[in-house]
Ligand binder design. Structure first.
Ligand code: MTE
Length: 320
């Protein structure tokens, strides 16, 4: 039987008393942000306007304590202290410490390439996007997973501002490279830095694809990819690139850091797929952080209804 740990029964107090917390943080006022309570399927079935509130007011609906499948949220502690961020270290439990001092302000995200309206977004520009809350499962390629309440905005909104040209087929993302602040870069010279990831334009435009700026009602911490990261919940976690400084619209499949490191192990698509094992380990089950035992891995990480149409006619064992 599945063992429920205390952290799962009582997720963050700070989060449950969210009204007071948001008021005290002034999150919604500072950024003209709008918070919405929505699980992954919500944006597909209802207009965000129906569930959002004006800046400066307290949210009416408390955030759910589970994802839409009924799985409890991971605790803030889990999410902030068990990380993959190789620019700092490959030791998941040391990322938080090593990343603590990462300077995330000022920060700029340059968006260009095949667009009509290239633009450099400052932190203040990014704060102008309406923020929604999305509870997503994150399934790492290493076969562990968490349920995370992100705050962010669909990347489609950012892309709309730069107006991708018709010939743009892929979106290429790049993380900051700063060897003074990121000790893992020199310690792991065999990786091809910067950390690069990519999506097809239609994957990026999908409603579930999020630019995350926070979680559990707080701004992102460095270890989780502050100040802004990608979250693509139906793909293995390595696609969800952290601390983004550059986004380009391009014609060719971007070569990600992981594709460059081992193209036979890490494909461009990286859709969660229990039927295709990693060459070195089984992908049919996973360890949910905070649980004992393993649980079955779901095709597309449980988002099949929302995203399977993107891959119609493709052999996902070949396009892994
Ligand atoms: N982004 C950068 N820049 N560097 C990384 O090492 N690791 C990836 C992804 N994004 C990584 C990254 C991997 S393998 C995973 S599983 C997730 O971030 C982990 O996100 P988390 O630490 O916020 O849980």
């Amino acid at each position: 039987m599945k063992k429920i740990l205390p952290s799962e029964i009582t997720p963050e107090n700070i989060y449950l008393s969210r009204r007071d917390f948001l008021k005290s943080m002034g999150i919604v006022t500072a950024s003209a942000a709008v918070l919405a309570a929505c699980g992954p399927s919500a944006p597909l079935t209802s207009s965000p306007e129906l569930t959002t509130e004006s800046a400066g007011t307290t949210p009416a609906a408390p955030m759910a304590n589970t994802d839409e499948l009924g799985d409890p949220l991971n605790s803030f502690d889990d999410i902030a202290n068990y990380n993959n961020y190789y620019e700092f270290t490959t030791d998941k439990q040391r990322v938080a410490d090593l990343a603590e001092g990462l300077q995330t302000s000022p920060w700029e995200v340059q968006v260009g390439g095949l667009v009509n309206n290239p633009k450099t977004f400052s932190i203040d520009d990014l704060r102008k996007f309406e923020v929604e809350e999305r509870i997503y499962r994150m399934r790492c390629v290493e076969a562990w997973s968490m349920v995370i309440p992100w705050m962010g905005f669909p990347i489609s909104k950012l892309l709309a501002e730069v107006e991708p040209k018709a010939e743009a087929k892929y979106v290429r993302f790049e993380t900051l490279v700063d060897t003074d602040q990121m000790p893992g870069i020199k310690k792991n010279p065999w990786y091809q830095w910067p950390y690069i990831e990519g999506l097809r334009v239609d994957e990026a435009m999908h409603e579930l694809t999020l630019m995350a700026t926070g979680l559990y009602g707080k701004d992102l911490l460095p270890q989780n990819g502050a100040p802004i990261r990608l979250v693509v919940p139906w793909k293995y976690g390595f696609k969800s690139i952290k601390s983004i400084v550059k986004i380009d619209l391009v014609t060719e499949i971007p070569t990600s850091l992981w594709m460059a490191a081992a193209h036979n192990e890490y494909g461009f698509y990286a859709n969660v797929n229990p039927e295709v094992d990693h060459p070195r380990w089984f992908q049919g089950s996973e360890r949910r952080i905070g649980e004992l035992g393993r649980r079955e891995t779901l095709v597309f990480n449980g988002y099949k209804k929302e995203v399977a149409h993107l891959y119609k006619g493709m052999d996902l064992a070949v396009n892994f």
